[in-house]
Design a protein around this ligand. Structure first.
Ligand code: ZN
Length: 85
């Protein structure tokens, strides 16, 4: 009898193949900016929490910076030329 894992295998294989075909991160400007968005947000969150803890500003005052960082990153990714390879 096939377990649910075996039944799922073809879909899993197809997903992996699609991920490799797309080359999730190809190194062109668009992909680079897109890949850097997450880490940038994490750095911003860490900075804001550090400011909340040690600095004069509370997180409740500084959280909109996260929206600005995210928006700027998305705008850059939108404008960056795509040369997927
Ligand atoms: Zn690319």
């Amino acid at each position: 009898m096939l377990g649910w894992r075996a039944a799922r295998r073809p879909a899993e294989k197809a997903r992996r193949k699609a991920a490799t075909d797309m080359k999730y991160f190809c190194g062109c400007p668009k992909c680079t900016v897109g890949a850097v968005t997450g880490p940038l947000l994490l750095i911003a969150v860490g900075t804001l929490f550090a400011l909340d803890h040690f600095g004069p500003y509370r997180f409740s005052q500084t959280w909109p910076i996260l929206l600005i960082v995210y928006g700027a990153s998305r705008a850059l990714a939108f404008m960056a030329p795509a040369q997927h390879n």
